[in-house]
Design a protein around this ligand. Structure first.
Ligand code: PLP
Length: 220
């Protein structure tokens, strides 16, 4: 199947109101452009350098989400290029984003990454720390918290993801109900190639799909 056919199939499968992020790490700008031509509106990039190369070709024909691990020394450039940062998991990185956005007069929409499986060594805030983290970050004037994101534990069987997605939805709903000032709990980003059909059923309204669009990656 071509990139175009893959994109069309996924867009047809996704329920109304669920947005597709094309997770584009390791792909060439030409491949990413092909996905955009097929109807992808959101690109998810893990690496700033790759994003810059792709942006030269695709530009504003797509909206750019950062979905990787953001290093402090990359924030200054990242806030210029990206329309949303999905992977904020600490006050330190949030403060840097806020500072660099203030310099260019931008308010950055962000999602808080949650380590819902409480896996050691995995990025993301622990579920029990998430609400306080959101409260603290929402006080920063050049950041707008707009939801939550998770990777979830990887497993052979996508059905294993279901309880973790359900736990994310619960956390998301609880935080939505607390109506925190300057927080708009709108997006729940979860589900990848193996689980993009399951995640929306458990409440995701953004899924991030790479392999199913572009084929197997030659390197991670
Ligand atoms: C690579 C990646 C994805 C997509 O993974 P696939 O299994 O290739 O669909 C989703 N989210 C993040 C954060 C990623 O790094």
């Amino acid at each position: 199947m071509s990139i175009k056919q893959n994109v069309q199939q996924i867009l047809n499968e996704l329920p109304e109101g669920v947005q597709l992020v094309a997770a584009s790490k390791t792909r060439t700008p030409a491949e990413i452009l092909e996905a955009v031509d097929a109807g992808v509106q959101l690109i998810g990039e893990n690496y700033l350098q790759e994003a810059e190369k792709a942006y030269e070709v695709v530009g504003n024909r797509a909206t750019w989400h950062f979905i990787g691990h953001l290093q402090r020394n990359k924030v200054k450039k990242a806030v210029r290029l990206f329309d949303m940062i999905e992977t904020v998991d600490s006050r330190e990185i949030a403060r840097e984003i806020d500072k660099r956005c203030a310099e260019i007069g931008k308010v950055m929409p962000i999602l808080i990454e949650v380590n819902i499986g409480e896996e050691p060594q995995k990025a993301g805030a622990l579920p029990e720390d998430t609400e306080q983290l959101v409260r603290d970050i929402s006080a920063l004037p050049n950041i707008r918290v707009m939801g939550l994101m998770t990777m979830g534990p990887l497993s052979e069987n996508p059905e294993d993801s279901r309880p973790y997605f359900a736990a994310m939805k619960k956390l998301f709903d609880r935080m939505k109900e607390s109506s925190l000032p300057n927080v708009e709990m709108k997006y729940l980003s979860m589900g990848m190639t193996s689980s993009y059909q399951i995640a929306p059923a458990e409440g995701a309204n953004i899924v991030r799909v790479g392999t199913k669009i572009f084929g197997e990656r030659k390197y991670p």
